[in-house]
Ligand binder design. Structure first.
Ligand SMILES: Nc1nc2c(ncn2[C@@H]2O[C@H](COP(=O)(O)OP(=O)(O)O)[C@@H](O)[C@H]2O)c(=O)[nH]1
Ligand SMILES: [Mg+2]
Length: 329
């Protein structure tokens, strides 16, 4: 394994896609030996000196996230970038996954030597996507990728988690979404830096204009972001390639400004602490609930609480008691 790790590190640093794919498999693995090899590899590679732009792309399924990433990816390649795409795939198991899904959707991008596309499971060994996605981003950077897109599944926790990994978060909307749906998206709207109205194939259509006006109005009601910028809205058509260069300009400009202000560096520092704590909490939970006694106490408490909902605290105490007995024995 040791020699394997060294060889892999060398090949990865040369930008070999097979080495990168293998390394990502290691950090995502449920197999403790592979997982350990993955950490060893990351330690060996160390922090990369060049910083990549980490761009999260969020939005409901079908909004055109993958199509948009393909269009943006090709644009950034033209600008001299190497583009990695990590698409969070809920159906992907840790061992493999539905690689076909997004690769076929990004056929033109995946044919390019400057691009690397990889579906990533939405849950790691210890739950949540942030820890392993974050490590996969580090690996992409070590392999020389200068922009990393992280595409979420557009539902649930992955949306909030991706904000911990990305420097810039883009929310993809489509014309004609009702107020109700926009409301659901409020949580993610508060985290994003740019809102893209995709499928604006005809930017002058009344539906596009209405949706854009609605988004701009909604932005006014959002609290200010930590970096003090207002969220911008932009209509594009990923399919027709409209507005893609403007969007790419905005991404580059925002990133450069935030980097110059030191915001990228400090927010990455903050975020990695959160990720570490999430990782640790999940690891602790996994370890504590390994014991059959604790599992038994946990099941008993779950049963008790379902019958006596007011006994939340005593039930917690009961399990805690068993945990401390186990850790002292
Ligand atoms: N008309 C139109 N269709 C689009 C546009 N972008 C994506 N689509 C289509 O929307 C569907 C879903 O796109 P996809 O990128 O897979 O969405 P995702 O689930 O958000 O990744 C596909 O059939 C795309 O061809 C666009 O700008 N205009
Ligand atoms: Mg997609």
């Amino acid at each position: 394994m040791e020699a394997d790790i060294l060889t892999l590190a060398e090949n990865l640093k040369k930008g070999d896609p097979a080495a990168l794919a293998r390394a990502i498999t290691w950090v995502e693995s449920h197999n403790p030996a592979k997982r350990k090899a993955g950490s060893e590899l990351l330690r060996l590679l160390g922090p990369t000196k060049t910083s990549s732009m980490r761009v999260g792309i969020s939005g409901i399924p079908g909004a055109g996230k993958s199509t948009l990433i393909e269009a943006l990816g090709l644009e950034f390649i033209q600008r001299g970038h190497k583009v990695a795409v990590l698409s969070i795939d809920p159906s992907s198991t840790i061992s493999g996954g539905s690689i076909l899904g997004d690769k076929t959707r990004m056929a033109r991008l995946s044919n390019r030597a400057e691009a690397f596309i990889r579906p990533s499971p939405s849950r790691s060994v210890f739950g949540g996507l942030a820890p392993h996605t974050c490590e996969s981003v580090f690996l992409c950077e070590a392999a020389g990728f200068s922009i990393v897109f992280i595409e979420t599944v557009g539902t649930g926790q992955s949306e909030a988690d991706v904000a911990y990994v990305a420097d810039i978060l883009i929310l993809v909307n489509v014309p004609g979404q009702g107020d109700e749906l926009q409301g659901i998206k409020r949580g993610i709207m508060e985290l994003c830096d740019l809102i893209v109205l995709n499928k604006a194939d005809d930017e002058n259509s009344s539906e596009v204009q209405r949706s854009l006006a609605y988004i701009k109005q909604a932005i006014n009601y959002l609290p200010a972001r930590a970096h003090g910028r207002t969220i911008e809205a932009l209509a594009v058509s990923a399919l027709k390639g409209k507005g893609i260069n403007i969007l790419a300009d905005k991404i580059e400009k925002t990133f450069k400004e935030l980097e110059t202000e030191g915001y990228i560096f400090s927010s990455r520092q903050q975020k990695i602490k959160f990720i570490f704590l999430q990782y640790l909490r999940n690891a602790l939970w996994a370890q504590l609930t390994q014991s059959a006694h604790v599992q038994h106490a946990l099941n008993r408490a779950l049963e008790r609480i379902s019958e006596n909902p007011t006994e939340l605290y005593p039930c917690v105490e009961e399990v805690m008691l068993m945990i401390s007995k186990k850790s002292n024995s």
